[in-house]
Design a protein around this ligand. Structure first.
Ligand SMILES: [Mn+2]
Length: 405
């Protein structure tokens, strides 16, 4: 019985305004080949299938084409999908009746019965071998939103896992493995694993890895884009298959494959995802503008057959002593005709900003504290400062957003 764990695809993602369709398509074609070559019996997708709650048609098409083709190539394979915080739970689960036809089981919001208890039969999914015998049970807990939780005391997330795992432990027969799925922030490292320490992020509970129990064959996690183990070999974030930001360029993008030997996972290994489009920083470290322009001039020309969609993404890093009003125009001119796409320019000001006669350097919204943005916006649209009640509500929203992003 062989299992493949993948996560955080973010279909429909844009890198600034550049679509990632080609990279996603290449990944999905590669994954289809891996499913066959590795003779995968169960595919686990741990959330953030889509980048947003209302994904573009092309992203939805890629998803359904993948599921149909995966089923065609591996007809006995079971696919288990949970919603992440980027997915619309309702939208992800809407085609569930059709997806059952390709052996794909989707959990959007946490399903509950009318009495409020978790509908464990929809959360705990049997994973049969090719001969039909059940080898394992997948406990498919989606990203938990406040509405999914019975109460807001600190143990609500742990309580969901306890209830779902309790059912799996009750129905499994000796020799059958339990695999937990989750899309959440799990506190890392041995100490928290041992202590079951809980960390709370903005009122939403992050779960201590130890709370998931040590009778689990494997814990398949989604949410963090960097592939990593959490304390144990068998508790893993698969990470995203493509870099979703310039800062993720050096991550080891991968999927995880393992075998089930009775109740245990063995042979856990990462398969690196081939990189279709490179992310490069020019230069590697920020340099003065003339050096930057010289470095850009060295980039390869686009040539006749070059495909724009495959051109590397470039972040330009420039060191400036004073604001350079024509920076973008100069960079764009230097990149004209190159097999490269400008994603962003990161200026680094070295001079004493206040001494400059030509005003303060432009501020990037992303560098401002959100509270400061609210304050300035309020001052622009209203009289006076932000009322305390509004600021308190804003702080609450901020905590919730930070907890799920
Ligand atoms: Mn996520």
């Amino acid at each position: 019985m062989r299992v493949l764990h993948t996560s955080d695809w973010h279909l429909g993602h844009l890198l600034l305004d550049l679509p990632r369709e080609r990279e996603h398509r290449a990944f999905l074609l590669w994954l289809l080949e891996v499913l066959v070559a590795e003779e995968i019996d169960a595919l686990l997708v741990t959330g953030d299938v889509f980048d947003g709650g209302n994904p573009p048609a092309s992203a939805q098409a890629a998803w359904y084409e993948f599921l149909a083709e995966a089923h065609r190539r591996r007809p006995a394979m079971t696919t288990v999908v949970i919603a992440g915080n980027h997915d619309s739970p309702a939208r992800l689960v809407a085609p569930a009746p059709l997806m059952a036809g390709v052996r794909a089981h989707v959990v959007g919001a946490l399903p509950r019965r009318t009495d409020g208890s978790i509908d464990v039969e929809r959360v705990v999914v049997p994973l049969p071998r090719a001969d039909g015998r059940v080898a394992a049970w997948a406990v498919a807990v989606p990203f938990l939103r406040p509405g999914d939780l019975a109460n807001d005391d600190g143990d609500a997330v742990n309580a969901v896992y306890a209830e779902a795992l309790g059912y799996a432990r009750a129905v499994r027969e000796p020799g059958q493995a339990i695999i937990a799925l989750g899309h959440l922030h799990v506190s890392g490292g041995e100490p928290s694993w041992m202590s079951e320490r809980r960390i709370t992020v903005g009122g939403i509970e992050a779960i201590g890895a130890g709370a998931l129990g040590d009778d689990l064959a494997y814990v398949a996690l989604g949410h963090l884009h960097k592939a990593q183990r959490v304390g144990s070999e068998h508790v893993r974030y698969a990470g995203s298959p493509i870099p979703l930001a310039m800062g993720e360029a050096d991550y080891k993008h991968q999927v995880v494959v393992f075998e089930l030997d009775g109740e245990r996972a063995t042979g856990i290994r990462a398969l690196p995802v081939p990189r279709l489009v490179q992310l490069v920083r020019v230069p590697r470290v920020a340099a003065p503008l003339e050096d930057v322009l010289a470095a850009l001039a060295e980039l390869p020309e686009a040539g006749p057959g070059a495909e724009r969609e495959l051109a590397p993404y470039v972040e330009v890093r420039v060191r400036l002593e004073k604001p350079e009003p024509h920076l973008r125009a100069q960079v764009e001119r230097a990149m004209r005709g190159k097999h490269a796409r400008l994603v962003k320019i990161s200026p680094e000001l070295t001079g004493d900003r206040r001494a400059l006669g030509d005003g303060p350097p432009p501020e990037a919204l992303s560098e401002l504290d959100p509270r400061e943005v609210l304050r300035r916006r309020w001052r622009r649209d209203h009289q006076g400062d932000v009322p305390a009640a509004v600021m308190a509500a804003f702080e609450q929203l901020l905590r919730e957003v930070e907890a799920v992003s």
